[in-house]
Design a protein around this ligand. Structure first.
Ligand SMILES: [Zn+2]
Length: 219
């Protein structure tokens, strides 16, 4: 087992650089596209809200204005299945069929650009003020970490719920060069159980305790 001793987020330069490199390649391949789409912008802060009427998630304001904006989109029809059995590590007989269904159930056109303070800026692609959706960026962070260690078969640990939420957004970002990312499913971890000293002694994993309890679990 390789013990993770570093922390990478989508704000790290190595992640942002890889994300832009991948996005540009996917745009060139036609898997991703920049398209003008109808959006709703918060009348107070300009945050892009969902397509249905709801309060602004950034500032809570209740009024949104209709507009058209260029967005980074992923057309699933141009890609094929967004989640397959081979995308899971050691799923075996417990292959989560319902996860495959959930992932295939997302809208055909997925918007991958968001208005947000943090994340991978898409300004260099002409999308001023927008960042890559963190559900996609998460996969790039795993690939960037794997590339730094020369690992070609990275495995990303997620709960079933999280996998259902991120899989479709990450579909174009799971393979790069010779690397192919897979998911390993785990159950929900109770924070108190994970914070016990004994656990880290038994597994000789004291080095990762702080990372797990301070970063990973809260996320
Ligand atoms: Zn707002």
């Amino acid at each position: 087992m390789m013990v993770l001793t570093a922390l990478l987020t989508d704000t790290a330069p190595v992640v942002a650089n890889l994300a832009l490199e991948m996005t540009e390649a996917l745009l060139a391949d036609g898997v991703l596209a920049v398209r003008e789409m109808p959006v709703r912008l918060c009348a107070r802060c300009g945050h892009m809200t969902g397509t249905v009427a709801e309060d602004c998630r950034a500032c809570g304001h209740g009024v949104a204005l209709g507009a058209r904006r260029e967005l980074l989109v992923f057309d699933r029809a141009a890609h094929g299945l967004v989640l397959e059995r081979r995308d899971f590590h050691a799923a075996g007989a417990r292959t989560p069929a319902h996860l495959l269904n959930i992932a295939h159930d997302v809208p055909r056109l997925l918007v991958l650009s968001r208005t947000r303070d943090h994340g991978v800026s898409l300004a260099s692609l002409g999308l001023e003020g927008m960042v890559l959706d963190p559900r996609a960026g998460l996969h790039v962070a795993v690939l960037a970490a794997a590339a730094e260690r020369g690992a070609v078969r990275p495995v990303m640990t997620v709960t079933e719920n999280a996998a259902a939420n991120v899989a479709a957004y990450g579909a174009p970002f799971r393979a790069w060069g010779g690397m192919r990312l897979r998911y390993a499913l785990h159950g929900r971890i109770a924070y108190d159980a994970a914070a016990q000293d004994r656990l880290y002694e038994v597994h000789r994993a004291e080095a990762v305790r702080e990372l797990l309890t301070g970063w990973y679990l809260p996320l």
